[in-house]
Design a protein around this ligand. Structure first.
Ligand SMILES: Nc1ncnc2c1ncn2[C@@H]1O[C@H](COP(=O)(O)OP(=O)(O)OP(=O)(O)O)[C@@H](O)[C@H]1O
Ligand SMILES: [Mg+2]
Length: 359
């Protein structure tokens, strides 16, 4: 059953040099700039920090957990596999990436502290789990009250919740850890991370697990931000439903290397069908919102659209996005549609940019 490496509880870590991502670890001898970025996502939590030479290190963990019977057999197995666990209310709990691996092995669903972009109303253990994951990803601040920008979703146009409670909870957790928490709308973080060469003018889209977050910005100021609640989880739920499988199994199929331009079997065809629907839904909504909003800036030049987030990482995403874009009469001229440099890390990087300029 699996190897130890797959169950590492350190999380995936990547130090990003300007040109490419390399695996590295944070250590005590490196000097870091003050200011952190934190992407609070439905599927993943990611932290970002910059060292004094300008290298950015990202840590990322699945925002998930699984609880297991606390018997001797399981305890021994987890110890052998080097999987860390904590005991919550008499149950053994594994958090982050190892929880996702274990769920797939046991054919179970992971439990998820967040749903549709915010803390889940159905998960009473959400808060202690998020605390554990944040401690794992951020550790203690490097100076008292170090600033940490964290991402929040923009108000949704197709769901009935607001982010006040969610924002307050994460603010409280970070404060208790010794940080000065500040929030940033997720799409705006994408603009900070991806549109520096365009004078921070254009459209940043974060294609996440629970939501799509969209921000239209003019010279770094958001002119329009909103979120929609169809995203990666929506694809998984629908694919699972039509194929009669578990949603986490559908996620695993989707993430394994599907190309939307050449689906190879029934499963991949289902993924493609829902992806196309999701992308055209998103474009139609940007169009509608743009046309109905008042006080929109006139964009004198065609703008860039940068897509980020895990859901944008599937093969053929940008090509399908461009095909669907052609079918919509988009309200502003667009010069290019492209994928973020590191789609999974964009929001954490954007939050880091905000923190570094704040400090
Ligand atoms: N290679 C891949 N191909 C397709 N989908 C992927 C891939 N890798 C990750 N995903 C999907 O991306 C989603 C997670 O993306 P991301 O980490 O950006 O979301 P999040 O920020 O946690 O969620 P949100 O912003 O909606 O709260 C999941 O639905 C996951 O299945
Ligand atoms: Mg996200």
């Amino acid at each position: 059953m699996g190897n130890k490496e797959a169950f590492s509880t350190k999380g995936r870590e990547a130090g990003i040099q300007p040109a490419e991502a390399v695996i590295s670890t944070t250590d005590n001898s490196t000097k870091y700039e003050l200011g952190r970025g934190l992407d609070v996502g439905t599927a993943n939590l990611a932290s970002a920090i910059q060292d004094s030479s300008g290298n950015v290190t990202i840590k990322i963990q699945r925002n998930a957990f699984i609880d297991i019977d606390a018997d001797d057999y399981t305890r021994n197995m987890l110890t052998k596999l080097n999987v860390q666990y904590v005991v919550v209310n008499g149950r053994m709990v594994v958090v982050g990436d190892p929880a996702f691996e274990l769920a797939n092995i046991f054919n179970r669903e992971t439990r998820r502290p967040m749903k549709d972009g915010v803390i889940s109303p159905h998960e009473q253990d959400a808060l202690p789990i998020e605390k554990l994951l944040l401690e794992n990803l951020l550790g203690a601040p490097n100076a008292p009250e170090e600033v940490c920008y964290f991402s929040i979703p923009a108000d949704p146009i197709d769901a009935d919740f607001n982010v006040v409670y969610h924002k307050g909870l994460f603010s409280g957790l970070l404060k208790k850890m010794g940080y000065t928490p500040k929030h940033l709308v997720e799409g705006h973080a994408v603009v900070f991370a991806e549109l520096a060469n365009d004078d921070f003018t254009g459209i940043g889209i974060s294609c996440g697990g629970g939501m799509f977050n969209i921000c239209v910005a003019y010279k770094s100021i958001p002119a329009l931000s909103f979120s929609t609640s169809r995203a990666g989880d929506w694809i998984d739920r629908n694919v699972a439903h039509v194929l009669g499988i578990k949603a986490s199994r559908a996620a695993a199929i989707k993430e394994k290397g599907v190309n939307l331009l050449s689906p190879k079997n029934r499963e991949e065809e289902a993924v493609e069908i829902y992806y196309r629907n999701l992308i055209s839904y998103t474009l139609e909504n940007i169009k509608k919102r743009f046309e109905s909003a008042s006080g929109m800036p006139a964009f004198p030049d065609p703008v860039e659209i940068a897509c980020s987030g895990g859901t944008s990482m599937i093969g053929g995403f940008i090509e399908v996005f461009k095909q669907e874009f052609e079918a919509v009469k988009f309200p502003i001229p667009v010069k290019n549609i492209r994928l973020a440099e590191d789609p999974l890390f964009s929001v954490a990087k954007g939050c880091l940019v905000a923190s570094l300029s704040d400090v």
